[in-house]
Ligand binder design. Sequence first.
Ligand code: FES
Length: 136
Amino acid sequence: MPMEVAANPLRTDDGRAGCRPGPSDVRVLVCRGCCCGTAKHPGTDHEAQVAAFRAACRTRVVGCLGECSQSNVIVVRRPSGERLWLGHVVSAASTAALCAWIAAGARVDMPPELAGLEFRPHRANQGLARAELARE
Ligand code: FES
């Protein structure tokens, strides 16, 4: 019998978010400001993306993090406290890979398919993310 594959890797066949929650101390900021999460990325299911992150770990949706040229921007705080900034997270595949890594604890290196998405934010914007993560 052929194996059925869900059309959208962010959703299971019954429509739930496709990432399993893990025993994760990881925290995520999902930017939804003037560029991230908007029609600037018409091929992205923004709601499914947020649901997938929320299924993987504690997630906050925040306003513009000041790095619009990198939209959609995601900030991941690893259990060690290190913050990783990822940009251009617009595909279902990159979101699913990121969520799987987070749900597994984000203790090992990011999967190679995500390495090109990491970027270094401006210093002032690092402070924005730090403040947002402290609001939990
Ligand atoms: S809207 Fe996300 S960085 Fe500006």
